[in-house]
Write a protein that binds this ligand. Structure first.
Ligand SMILES: NC(=O)c1ccc[n+]([C@@H]2O[C@H](COP(=O)([O-])OP(=O)(O)OC[C@H]3O[C@@H](n4cnc5c(N)ncnc54)[C@H](O)[C@@H]3O)[C@@H](O)[C@H]2O)c1
Length: 309
């Protein structure tokens, strides 16, 4: 039986990955400190260790080690910059050491944030990034970049089988729902369901590209279990850009909400455009996103409606 260790496995992405691993009869251990995801999202039969990743170690051996634990919501990481950096530095090192001792495949969820305010759109993996190294977002962006450097050092020096993915705005049921710490999708859906103003940072003409969770799981599983992908860095996202204004209106339309869009001051270093170049993912993983935005949003909205009731 394959053994898998997942940090942040109780979170949004982690809980879906856990379900996938269960389907394949993996023995699963999750390390999660419940800092961003407060409710339990995974079944009872999983070994759940309530610990933080920056102090975690174990003598157990695994076939796969996946490091997801982090604070991915800007409102959250801006308020917890040190913890954010530690989970993506010491936390990454701890998980790499476990993978090294176990001779396991190691996977890391980096982020499209490593590209910063990119000048090449859709952005390929070869773009080095345009990131403010000490701005308020740097605790997240730069620690993701540091992790990538550390992971590649373990690959080059110790020959650990490492795989780095860069997710772009993944969404779906179970994405962190709570108040201002939720990311753009839960915030917009919750406001629209309550007919409250939808608050948009800046003029709303900045773009994002959204990937539905089922497509993320599909790509991640292929990347994790494929042979010969050690040392690869792959974008996992969508190349369909949408402005935040159009996105908010789409959510309003599906919900038939009376919410009004309200623009407030833009956040420092907020990227102007974001879209993934998927050439590498298509070639190496034989994968492309299948879920249309409208369909994924409808499923996500059903989930949030049920929670509200
Ligand atoms: N969802 C996305 O769109 C997206 C995009 C890019 C990158 N990512 C990356 O994917 C990973 C998972 O994101 P998610 O969307 O599932 O977020 P999430 O907040 O839903 O899940 C993160 C999980 O990690 C746990 N955690 C946080 N800090 C921890 C720590 N120091 N020690 C132990 N556990 C800790 C949280 O309690 C939570 O359960 C993160 O590394 C994130 O940076 C996600």
């Amino acid at each position: 039986m394959n053994r898998i260790l997942i940090s942040g496995g109780n979170g949004f992405l982690g809980s879906f990955l856990t379900e996938k691993a269960l389907k394949y009869n993996f023995e699963i251990t999750v390390v999660d400190d419940f800092s961003t995801m407060k409710e339990i999202n995974i079944p009872d039969n999983i070994d759940l260790l309530k610990k933080n990743v920056e102090t975690f170690s174990t003598e157990e051996k695994f076939d796969y080690v996946i490091h997801l634990a982090a604070r991915p919501s800007p409102e959250d990481y801006i308020n917890h910059p040190i913890n954010t950096i530690l989970s993506n530095s010491q936390g990454t090192k701890n998980m790499l050491d476990i993978a090294k001792k176990s001779n396991a495949v190691f996977m890391y969820t980096s982020s499209s944030e490593v590209y910063g305010n990119a000048s090449i759109i859709p952005t390929p993996e070869t773009y080095y990034g345009y990131v403010n190294p000490n701005g308020i977002r740097s605790c997240y962006d730069e620690s993701k970049r540091y992790s990538e450097a550390l992971i590649m050092a373990y690959y080059r020096q110790y020959h650990v089988d490492v795989r780095i993915q860069r997710p772009f705005n993944v969404y779906g049921p179970r994405i962190r729902p709570d108040g201002e710490y939720g990311r753009v999708i839960p915030r917009f859906i919750n406001w629209a369901l309550k007919n409250e103003n939808i608050i948009i940072f800046g003029d709303g003409e900045q773009t994002r590209s959204f990937l539905y969770i089922d497509d993320w799981v599909d790509a991640t599983w292929k990347f994790l279990t494929a042979k010969n992908l050690s040392g690869q860095v792959i974008n996992i996202g969508s190349d369909k850009e949408i402005t935040i204004n159009n996105f908010a209106n789409k959510i309003k339309e599906i919900i038939k909400s009376d919410s009004k869009l309200m623009n407030v001051a833009e956040r420092p270093d907020d990227p102007k455009r974001r879209s993934a170049d998927l050439t590498k993912a298509k070639k190496l993983l034989n994968w492309r996103p299948k879920t249309e935005l409208h369909e994924g949003l409808e499923k996500t909205i059903v989930y949030f409606k049920e929670r509200l009731q």
